[in-house]
Design a protein around this ligand. Structure first.
Ligand code: C2E
Ligand code: MG
Ligand code: MG
Ligand code: MG
Length: 277
C-alpha cells in the first residue's frame, strides 16, 4: 500500500490502485529484501575503494569505500538500488556494520603505515542511531584503526534533517577524533547557520556540477561559491566525479584542493588499490 501511494503521488494521481504490475513490484521489493539478507550471510557483498587525491600534486591521500553487491543470478546490483531499500527495511544496520568492520580491517594497514584516510558513507538511519559513536569506537578499537584517519560521509540532506540532533552526534563523533564530510553538496538545502556550527572537515561538491565543466559557466560559478563556503567554514573542498583533464585545470584555478573521479581512478578492490598506489 505504501508503494501504491508513493507511485500515485509521483504520477500526481489522486488515488492508488492495486494492479498486477504493482503486485510484481511489491514482490520484487520483498524478493530484494530477502536476497539482501541472504547475500549478507553468504558473503555476496564486498567493498571497492576509489582514490581521493590532492589536485595540485596529484597525491593519493586516501580512498572512499563503496559497497558492492554481486548476486549469483542477478549479477551486480547498484548501491542506488539497494541502499534505499536497505534504509526502508532496516537492513542498513547489518549492512552498515559489515561495511564498517570490513573497511577498517582492509584499509587499516594503509592508514597506519601510509597515513591514508578512509571515507565511509552513512545513510540517514545509520547516522541517527543512538549508539552510532559507541559502535564506531568499538570497531576502531577492534581494527586498531587510527580515528583521525577516518572520515564519515553524510549527505547535506541527512545533516539538515534535524540540525540540532546532527550537532549533538557530530560532537560525539569528534570527541572520538574522527572527521566528517558533507557529501553531494549542492543537491540539498543547507542552513548556513548550521553549516558554521557543524564545523565539518570536508565539503564534497556534487558531481552534477563537476560534470557540467568546462562549458557550463553557471555550474562553474556555483562550484566557486561552494568552495568559498567551504573555506569560510574551515573545511577542505573536494570535487566529485572528475572525468577529464580540462575539469582538473578549471578546478585548480578555482582553488579546489581535493578531487575524486574516474580521471584519477575507478573504485577497485583493496588488492588492486594497493597495486594502484
Ligand atoms: P557517493 O557517496 O556520492 O559516491 C560517489 C558515487 O559516484 C559512487 O557511485 C562512485 O562510483 C561514483 N563515481 C565516482 N567517480 C565517478 C566519475 O568520475 N563519474 C561518474 N559518473 N561517477 C563516479 P556508487 O558506488 O554507485 O555509489 C552510489 C551511492 O551509494 C554513493 O554516492 C553513496 O551515497 C551510496 N553508497 C555507496 N556505498 C555505501 C555504503 O557503504 N553505505 C551507504 N550508506 N551508502 C553507500
Ligand atoms: Mg560518498
Ligand atoms: Mg557524493
Ligand atoms: Mg552521490
Amino acid at each position: 500500500a505504501e508503494i501504491a501511494l508513493k507511485r500515485a503521488k509521483e504520477a500526481d494521481e489522486p488515488y492508488a490502485l492495486y494492479s498486477p504490475e504493482l503486485e510484481r513490484l511489491l514482490l520484487e521489493e520483498d524478493f530484494l529484501k530477502r536476497a539482501l539478507l541472504e547475500g549478507l550471510k553468504k558473503g555476496e557483498f564486498f567493498l571497492s575503494y576509489q582514490p581521493i587525491v590532492t589536485l595540485q600534486k596529484k597525491q593519493v591521500i586516501g580512498a572512499e569505500a563503496l559497497v558492492r553487491w554481486q548476486h549469483p543470478e542477478l549479477g551486480p546490483i547498484a548501491p542506488a538500488k539497494f541502499i534505499p531499500l536497505a534504509e526502508r527495511t532496516g537492513l542498513i544496520e547489518p549492512l552498515g556494520d559489515y561495511v564498517l568492520s570490513q573497511a577498517l580491517k582492509e584499509f587499516g594497514p594503509l592508514a597506519r603505515e601510509k597515513g591514508l584516510e578512509l571515507a565511509l558513507n552513512f545513510s540517514p538511519r545509520q547516522f541517527c542511531k543512538r549508539d552510532l559513536s559507541l559502535r564506531i569506537e568499538k570497531a576502531l578499537t577492534e581494527a586498531n584503526f587510527p580515528p583521525e584517519k577516518l572520515f564519515l560521509e553524510i549527505t547535506e540532506s541527512t545533516a539538515m534533517e534535524d540540525p540540532a540532533l546532527t550537532l549533538k552526534i557530530l560532537e560525539d563523533l569528534r570527541s572520538l577524533g574522527l572527521k566528517v564530510a558533507l557529501d553531494d553538496f549542492g543537491m540539498g538545502y543547507s542552513s548556513l547557520r548550521y553549516l558554521v556550527e557543524f564545523a565539518v572537515d570536508r565539503i564534497k561538491v556534487d558531481q552534477f556540477f563537476v560534470s557540467a565543466l568546462p562549458l557550463d559557466s553557471k555550474a562553474l560559478h556555483v562550484i566557486r561559491t561552494i568552495l568559498e563556503l567551504a573555506r569560510s567554514v574551515g573545511a577542505r573542498g573536494l570535487a566529485e566525479g572528475i572525468e577529464r583533464a580540462d575539469q582538473v585545470e578549471i578546478l585548480l584555478k578555482l582553488g579546489c584542493e581535493e578531487g575524486q573521479g574516474y580521471f584519477f581512478g575507478r573504485p577497485v578492490r583493496i588488492e588492486d588499490f594497493g597495486r594502484f598506489l
